[in-house]
Design a protein around this ligand. Sequence first.
Ligand SMILES: Nc1ncnc2c1ncn2[C@@H]1O[C@H](COP(=O)(O)OP(=O)(O)OP(=O)(O)O)[C@@H](O)[C@H]1O
Length: 601
Amino acid sequence: MTSCVEYEVKRTLIQFLAQVSGKDGQQNSTLVWKQDSDPCKGPWQGVLCDRQNMSIKKLLLDNLNFSGTLDLAMLCNLQPLAASLTYLSLDGNKISGGMASEVGNCKQLTRLHLSGNQLAGDLPSSLAMLNNLKRLDISNNQFSGSLPDLYRISGLKMFLAQNNYLGGTIPAFEFSNFDQFNVSFNNFRGRIPNVHGYFSADSFLGNPELCGDPLPKNCSDKPMPFSEAQTSEKPKGTSKEQILMYSGYASLGVIIVLFVVLKLCRRKKGENNKVEALNNRVAASGVEKARNVSSEYKNEVSRSEFSVVPSESGMVSQSLVVLSSQAAMELRLEELLGAPAELIGRGKHGSLYKVMLDNGMMVVVKRIKDWTISSHDFKQRMQILSQAKHPHLLPPLAFYSSKQEKLLVYEYQQNGSLFKLLHGTTKALDWTSRLGIAATIAEALAFLHQEVGHHGIVHGNLKSSNILLNKNMEPCISECGIMDMDDQRGSADGGALDILKGDVYGFGVILLELLTGKLVKGNGIDLTDWVQSVVREEWTGEVFDKSLISEYASEERMVNLLQVAIRCVNPSPQVRPTMNQVALIINTIKEEDDKSLIYEV
Ligand SMILES: Nc1ncnc2c1ncn2[C@@H]1O[C@H](COP(=O)(O)OP(=O)(O)OP(=O)(O)O)[C@@H](O)[C@H]1O
């Protein structure tokens, strides 16, 4: 038994910290790890010890803004450290590098958390030798290659690997052992092993070539390709003949892959030009039977469909990633681009097409060009959005991402937008409906800001044309979170840092539209400026839509709602309320209104 931590262990820890924090050998200012103090006695923040035998048990270094490289070999090659370390956590930094095969020497590890970094490369097969491992989180990185034989680790309870570039087939895990399992948004393919009902589709979404229960996409009856059948089975030992045969196949495979990659690289540019060509044709003719596109175009598309093409980062990216909806599960890029399409909008952020699919389903495709977001960030945002389950948020059904453009597919909403309802030819919205719409959108937006993702999601482009009426005439917020953060900072609120408050401003403008019935910019007059000037002159009554006055809507409650709107459009973002506060106030106004209706009856 030793009375203090060995010199060598301390030196290695200090070196590891310098490397992982990216401080070129200097200490991170928030952590004080010094050779002349003892990690188990002194102030070594993030280090937890077993005090009985003075050994290092845990290194907890989450969210420290580290931007260096991960050197697991350094930690796991030092015997005393490898023999004691049970928990290593580096979640939420910006660490790059890969996972060294020496990780297999850290045999006592029960938890390895590396989520939310920029780690890349293959996972070493030695990872499967960590027999004590219970929780492994490598989600939100850029790992690629196939999974090592993790199903061999009998005590593994958690495996989180979502949002990487992992591929191959999913090994036959014993899902009943897991309390958390997620491999969504990768490039896995083939049939999902039997999950026995333990996990839902959410754990597997965003892998376009993955099929079978719990995903709604059935696997075709075709026999599995040779390469797939090989990787999905647990190894049973190989004979000499098999080795010879496999190496023959492997050489042939390498030649084919090289050939295909070369071809795809040449054609990638061509593919983007074809999508552009479709857009131009549709734009020129208004409505076009895109089925009539030349056979040359169709061949190009089908070659890329569901195939892997090298993306800007050199990683592989899918053609079309389907996120949700039974009806859209079988949707393919070829079908989408080959279906009859009608251009229905050309906004600041791209063009919008109405498309009729072969199964009769009507979708809209938003095409955004030159959005500087990386494919990785875009994919991550889509993943978060697909999980934003709220009856009044319209989720994207599928997406496509290339460097030049992004496509987003939504369900078509036949009853149009709030903009049309308020400013179209048939103005048919009474006070109760307007107040109901305000309360519903406020509540949905508060959900988006608070409940979705780690820090909430910003809509970024909230306006009445993005509030759509579903088949029950209930409002749904569309196009959530698809505007770039940089754009959001420079939006109407004058470079505000609190970008959520940009949405609050947008919501305030919608309230003003509901109350006044006027356009945001009508006859060159800005609605917000006009309302504020009228209120300043104490002619508040003049603000309200004449049709509301004539139906004797409660002026007191209209004024209350107007006050909320004015607070939302305050020029200073800090002064604007949060959407949660707004939702609460509007709900109270609505409750009073509902009560008054009961009394009237
Ligand atoms: N899923 C949908 N179903 C039905 N109509 C839609 C759908 N999505 C958008 N629209 C309508 O299509 C029209 C064009 O939409 P588009 O998004 O191109 O324009 P915008 O919202 O005015 O501009 P932008 O969003 O680019 O700033 C709008 O009237 C919008 O309400």
